[in-house]
Design a protein around this ligand. Structure first.
Ligand code: GRF
Length: 204
């Protein structure tokens, strides 16, 4: 059985999509061992508790990043987490966190990386005038929205779109992409060559 740890700061729709994929068997032999938020009032934390999952707030306020991260690492390890999924977790990870889970931390970003890093990526893409938008699931390294790409999903920007409708349609793609990327990584059926995710024969 694989154990996932989910870190979130907000509404948690990606977390819920992952939880649904686990319930429906899309990601085999896997469970969410713990959901952690840096914000006690994150709706995603409430949603996790409503599903009967271990869900805990580890607040960052007034603490050094490394110290806060160390408590999160301890909690993840206590739940025997082997893959950490950032799902709208709005804090940068310290190098110690990344080293504690080498190539075992995933993030989802609502743009086709390397375009439009950071906050409000969907609005950045819309205002830039791109005609293809999308989302990226990637391994986390020490730079923002930067590690090797596991999977991307693209959609056209429609003439009728505004930043809000575009973000909503990207979010639909995120909900598909994250579970697929988790299944890919847990299968172990790949290697990372430089920055390139390369499936081994038999995988797509
Ligand atoms: C998503 O757009 C994700 O790509 C970004 O933060 C947002 C989180 O949304 N990293 P939710 O909390 O999963 O609904």
């Amino acid at each position: 059985m694989h154990n996932l740890g989910v870190l979130l700061s907000g509404r948690g729709s990606n977390f819920l999509a992952i939880a649904d994929a686990l319930s429906s068997g899309t990601i085999p032999d896997t469970q969410i061992a713990v959901v952690i938020s840096n914000l006690a009032d994150a709706p995603g934390l409430t949603a996790a508790r409503n599903r009967g999952l271990n869900a805990t707030a580890i607040e960052a306020r007034g603490r050094k990043r490394a110290e806060h991260d160390a408590e999160i690492i301890t909690t993840l390890q206590a739940h025997k987490v082997d893959l950490v999924c950032l799902a709208g977790y709005m804090r940068l990870l310290s190098p110690g966190f990344i080293q504690a889970f080498p190539q075992r931390i995933l993030n989802i970003h609502p743009s086709l990386l390397p375009a439009f890093l950071g906050l409000d990526a969907q609005t950045q893409a819309f205002e830039y005038g791109v005609q293809i938008a999308g989302c990226t699931v990637h391994f986390v390294d020490e730079q923002l929205d930067h590690g090797p790409i596991i999977l991307q999903r693209a959609i056209p920007v429609l003439p009728t779109d505004d930043a809000h409708t575009l973000a909503a349609r990207i979010l639909e793609q995120e909900h598909i992409a994250y579970s697929e990327a988790i299944a890919r990584v847990l299968s172990g059926n790949y290697e990372v060559l430089g920055r390139r995710y390369v499936p081994k024969t038999g995988d797509d």
